[in-house]
Design a protein around this ligand. Structure first.
Ligand code: R5P
Length: 313
């Protein structure tokens, strides 16, 4: 289907990433005013023609998540009312995803609620990176392109030439992703089983696999409070692993005690992407890999009606 010219617009959540995407595409961000009324309500106005355009609105649903979500919805509403030809929400970090099912009676499924809100606002398609759970794609009745940051991490780690390492899933939810990394790096896999003891807290109960004397490499989709990761690293060191773990995570939420926990000397390096802006207090051992080239290439392909699958397999 034919659309007008490609136009990129950025919300307030991650402007540096949006600017980098624009550079990769050799274009500039479209002009949009994002302001607040005195009472805190959000005001949006596009300051250039949007009629018929193939619009890509870049907004991560990171802190402050409610503000950023609402801003995205309002930006989409304004574009729809301005007769944009097609609207793609580029959501490098899809927040509210961890409630993707009911674990107890009378709970919400916020991953689905956010999908419904986006569709109601007028989003035609979604481009995102490392959803917390693949099934969230199914919450949408519009196309979703789901990119993976895995190649960024595996290429980076391969260049380190780590010998005597083991890829460790920090909990059972991380097994699939960790197995993929282990296969890519041709390393063995181990698993730390953890029991959830609170909304944000887990406790290691068992380490399965050969970790003694090995350098642990852990990969997560999200580091929020860093409890899962540091709990796993602690258990690994107790089981004889080298106290020099490498930790990778696509989305560096870094809330609450995260930075304090990641400061532990047993963690040598924390490798994350820029789907969320770098935390201003992050120490030098937090290294950021850019997801901009990947997102830019996906945007180029979506606009050109070319296959995106090569980028997410
Ligand atoms: C959970 O299911 C996720 O994959 C992460 O393990 C979790 O969200 C990380 O949270 P935290 O850093 O607070 O342990």
């Amino acid at each position: 289907m034919e659309y007008g010219p490609l136009k990129l617009f950025s919300g307030s959540s991650n402007r540096p990433l949006a600017q980098e995407i624009a550079q990769c595409l050799r274009t500039e961000l479209g002009r949009v005013r994002l302001e607040r009324f005195a009472d805190g309500e959000i005001y949006v106005r596009y300051e250039e023609n949007a009629r018929g355009v193939d619009a890509f609105v870049i907004q991560s649903l990171c802190h402050p998540v409610n503000e950023n979500l609402m801003e995205l919805l309002i930006m989409v509403d304004a574009l729809r009312r301005a007769s944009a030809g097609r609207i793609t929400a580029v959501i490098p970090y899809y927040g509210y995803a961890r409630k993707d099912k009911k674990d107890a009676p009378r709970e919400p499924i916020t991953g689905r609620l956010v999908a419904d809100l986006l569709i109601t606002a007028g989003v035609d398609r979604v481009l995102t990176v490392d959803l917390h759970a693949g099934q969230i794609e199914g919450f949408f009745t519009i196309p979703v392109d789901h990119l993976r940051a895995m190649p960024l991490f595996s290429d980076d780690l391969r260049h380190k030439g780590l010998r005597n390492a083991v890829v460790v899933a920090a909990d059972d939810g991380a097994v699939k992703r960790s197995k993929q990394l282990a296969d890519r790096l041709d390393l063995p896999l181990a698993i730390v089983f953890q029991r959830r003891v609170g909304k944000d807290t887990k406790q290691p109960v068992e380490v399965v696999g050969e970790v003694e004397g090995r350098v642990p490499i852990l990969i997560e989709d999200i580091i929020d409070t860093a409890g899962t990761i540091t709990g796993a690293v602690e258990a690994l060191v107790q089981h004889g692993a080298q106290p020099e773990a490498y930790v990778c995570a696509t989305h560096a939420v870094f809330a609450g005690p995260a930075l304090q926990r990641l400061a532990r000397p047993e963690i040598r390096e924390v490798i994350v992407t820029n789907t969320i802006p770098r935390h201003p207090d992050a120490p030098p051992k937090v290294r950021v890999l850019s997801a901009a080239p990947l997102l830019a290439e996906a945007i180029r392909r979506i606009h050109a009606d070319e296959s995106v699958s090569a980028l997410f397999t």
